[in-house]
Design a protein around this ligand. Structure first.
Ligand code: PLP
Length: 463
C-alpha cells in the first residue's frame, strides 16, 4: 500500500516511511492511496481473536513482513489486561466497547503499544535511533511513555505544564523510571509546551542531528490500529444481536478515533451511522450540524482529553469530502489558517453535512447526570468522556440498529468527576492507579524556554 498526502505535493511512500514521517513534508496528512474493500471477508473475520483480526487488517495496509508483523501484534496486545483486549459490555440497550484495558487505562494504549513496537522494528531495520518529543496535558503523554519505556533505540521526552496536570495522570507518567523516559515539568502552561515542541521541530539542524520524532494523533499507524476495534466490536455485536448493521457513538477531540470508524465503514463494515460526540468544545459537532468549521476558545470541562478547538485529523475527513481534490483542500486549509473559519455546503434541515454522521454535544451537567444514572440504574460506571458519547447516543435513538458506545477511559482516572456525579468517595478505583500514588517518581523541572529543553535533550539524547 502506498500513502499520499492530502495536500498532493509529496511523492507517494510506503507504510514504514508514512508511519516514521508522521506529518507529510508538504504539511498535509498521509492517507492510503486506496481503501481496500473487505466485504467478502467479514464472515471469516467474525471468528477471529482480536490479535488475529489485527494481523489481517494491518496486513492490508502495511509492508511489514508477515512473521515480523505477527510478532509485533502479539507483543502489543499482550500488554492488555483483558483476554478479549477490547470487550463489549451490554448495558441497558447500549453496547459499551471497553477500550481501557491497556497499561494507562485509556484507549490511546491500543495504538501506542503497537506504534512504539513498530518504531523499534523499523529503527532496527535502518540501524537508526529516535528521540520522541511530546507535549501533553495528560493522556497522550502517558500512553506514549508506557509504549516507549524499555524499547530499544528510542528515548522519549515528555513535556507537561508543571502542577497543571491532574495528580493521577501526572503520576502515571512520572512513576515510569525506565532510563529512556524523561519527564519534563515546564514552569508554564500547556500552550508553552506546544510552542516549544513546534519551535524545536522547526529547528531543522537540531531535529536532524538529534533524530527528533513525534507520536501525535495524525500518525497514520495510530488510525490504522484503531480501525481494528470497530471491526472486532461491530462483528461481535452483529453476531450477538442478529442485526445486519450497527451504529457507533464516539467521544471526539482530534477526530482521530472517529476517523478510524470512517475507514472501517469505507472498507465495508456495515456501519449505518457514526455518532460524533463532543463536550462544550464543540467545533466538530458544529461543523457537522451547520457546515461552518470555525475555531473557538477552549473551555475546561470534565472530559479534558476532548478540550480541543482545532481537530488535526479533520483534514483527512475534508480531503474525502472534497472528492480528494488536493488543490481545493490546500486553499481551504490556507483560509482556515488565516481567518480561522471555512464553510462547507450547509446541510438540509434535520441532517448533517454527511449522512453517515449525526453530531451532538454534552454539557458538564449532562455528563454528571449520565454518569449518575448509569451507576444507579445499571451499576455500570462511565468515565466522563464515555458519558458524553452515551449522552449523544441517547439523543439519537435507533429502533433498527444496535448502538456501540466507545468507552475511551476507565472511570477511576477521573475520581473528581465520579465523586461529583455519584456523591460517593472512591466510587471507581483501579489497582494500577492505587499503586502509582505510592510509587517513586522521577521528573526534571525546567523553565518554559526552548533553549532549556534543547540543552536537556542534547545532554541526554545520545544520537
Ligand atoms: C484522546 C481521548 C479522546 C479523544 O480522541 P480523539 O482521537 O482525539 O478524537 C477521548 N477520550 C479519551 C479518554 C482520550 O484520551
Amino acid at each position: 500500500m502506498q500513502y499520499v498526502s492530502t495536500r498532493g505535493q509529496t511523492d507517494p511512500m510506503g507504510f514504514q516511511d508514512a508511519a516514521l514521517t508522521g506529518l507529510a513534508p508538504d504539511g498535509g496528512l498521509l492517507v492510503p492511496a486506496e481503501i481496500p474493500d473487505v466485504r467478502d471477508r467479514l464472515e471469516d473475520w467474525a471468528a477471529l481473536s482480536y490479535p488475529d483480526l489485527a494481523r489481517e487488517i494491518f496486513g492490508l495496509f502495511t509492508d511489514i513482513p508477515e512473521d515480523e508483523l505477527s510478532r509485533l501484534v502479539t507483543e502489543s496486545y499482550q500488554a492488555f489486561r483483558h483476554p478479549e483486549i477490547a470487550p463489549v459490555a451490554d448495558v441497558g440497550s447500549l453496547h459499551i466497547l471497553e477500550l481501557f484495558h491497556g497499561p494507562t487505562l485509556a484507549f490511546k494504549d491500543i495504538a501506542l503499544q503497537f506504534l512504539s513496537r513498530f518504531f523499534e522494528y523499523a529503527l532496527t531495520q535502518r540501524d537508526a535511533r529516535l528521540n520522541v518529543l511530546a507535549a501533553t496535558s495528560g493522556d497522550t503523554g502517558s500512553a506514549a511513555i508506557h509504549g516507549i519505556r524499555d524499547r530499544e533505540r528510542m528515548n522519549i521526552f515528555v513535556m507537561h505544564p508543571k502542577g497543571r496536570v491532574a495528580p493521577l495522570q501526572e503520576r502515571q507518567m512520572t512513576t515510569v523510571l525506565s532510563p529512556n523516559v524523561y519527564n519534563l515539568a515546564l514552569e508554564g502552561t500547556f500552550d508553552d509546551c506546544q510552542r516549544i515542541m513546534k519551535t524545536l521541530f522547526a529547528d531543522l539542524p537540531f531535529k536532524g542531528a538529534y533524530h527528533l520524532g513525534a507520536v501525535n494523533s495524525v500518525n497514520w499507524a495510530r488510525i490504522l490500529a484503531q480501525i481494528v476495534y470497530y471491526f472486532s466490536a461491530g462483528l461481535k455485536v452483529m453476531k450477538r444481536t442478529g442485526a445486519d448493521g450497527i451504529r457507533f457513538s464516539v467521544p471526539t477531540g482530534n477526530f482521530g478515533n472517529i476517523l478510524a470508524g470512517y475507514y472501517a465503514a469505507r472498507m465495508g463494515l456495515p456501519i449505518r451511522r457514526l455518532l460524533l460526540a463532543t463536550n462544550e468544545n464543540d467545533i466538530l459537532s458544529r461543523v457537522f450540524n451547520s457546515g461552518v468549521y470555525e475555531r473557538g476558545d477552549v473551555v475546561e470541562t470534565l472530559s479534558p482529553s476532548m478540550d480541543i478547538q482545532v481537530a488535526s485529523n479533520f483534514e483527512r475527513y475534508l480531503f474525502y469530502a472534497l472528492g480528494q481534490d488536493s488543490a481545493r483542500l490546500r486553499e481551504e486549509m490556507k483560509k482556515f489558517q488565516s481567518v480561522g473559519r471555512i464553510e462547507l455546503p450547509s446541510p438540509e434541515a434535520g441532517r448533517t453535512i454527511d449522512t453517515l454522521y449525526q453530531a451532538g454535544a454534552g454539557t458538564r451537567a449532562e455528563t454528571l447526570q449520565v454518569i449518575a444514572r448509569y451507576d444507579r440504574d445499571s451499576g455500570y460506571m462511565l468515565d466522563p468522556h464515555t458519558a458524553i458519547g452515551v449522552h449523544v447516543a441517547e439523543q439519537f435513538p435507533s429502533e433498527t440498529e444496535p448502538t456501540i458506545c466507545l468507552a475511551t477511559a476507565h472511570p477511576a482516572k477521573f475520581p473528581d468527576a465520579i465523586r461529583e456525579a455519584t456523591g460517593r468517595e472512591e466510587a471507581a478505583r483501579h489497582e494500577i492507579l492505587d499503586a502509582v500514588m505510592q510509587s517513586e517518581t522521577r521528573c526534571q523541572t525546567l523553565p518554559a524556554d526552548e533553549r532549556a529543553v534543547k540543552e536537556f535533550i542534547q545532554g541526554r539524547g545520545d544520537p
